[in-house]
Design a protein around this ligand. Structure first.
Ligand SMILES: [Zn+2]
Length: 151
């Protein structure tokens, strides 16, 4: 009995213990002007769910629809960008320009996933409880494809 429970436990991957956010953002100031948040060209912020310290709150709120779209794998070329995962955003005062780049990562280990003009190129695994797809790197796919995955 103990052996059976142990092997079932070994076959279960609990995502909540290892979860890596699938999408992160790198926001870089690419044009500066009169700015109360004192943004300067070259400033860079990298974040996922938590707001980055030091970024202008009005700009963060203004760019949020873009972040949300990127999180859902939205294609920025539909918004006039030349790259699928990059969009330049002008702040509400039209003073500062931010280059927003979506970074797509393996849900299990956090490694960067392959990305091209067709989108994220990665194998998928399935979380069974609750049910949702996971985008993972080749290594995690190989390591976990035979495991039961739950939150
Ligand atoms: Zn991985």
């Amino acid at each position: 009995m103990t052996t059976r429970n142990q092997s079932e436990k070994d076959l279960l991957l609990r995502l909540r213990d290892i979860w890596e956010e699938a999408v992160a953002f790198r926001v870089t100031v690419v044009d500066e002007g009169n700015c109360r948040a004192n943004h300067r060209v070259g400033q860079e912020f990298e974040f996922s769910w938590r707001s980055p310290e030091g970024i202008c709150t009005e700009s963060l709120i203004g760019m949020y629809p873009i972040l949300h779209s990127m999180r859902a794998l939205g294609d920025m070329r539909e918004l006039g960008s030349s790259k699928r995962n990059v969009k330049v955003y002008s702040c509400p005062s039209q003073e500062i320009k931010f280059r927003i780049e979506a970074l797509y990562r393996c849900n299990i280990c956090g490694n960067k996933l392959q990305f091209d003009h067709d989108g994220v190129q990665s194998p998928q695994l399935q979380c069974t409880r609750p049910e949702f797809p996971l985008r993972v790197c080749d290594t995690c796919y190989t390591n976990y494809k035979d495991r039961r995955i739950e939150w």
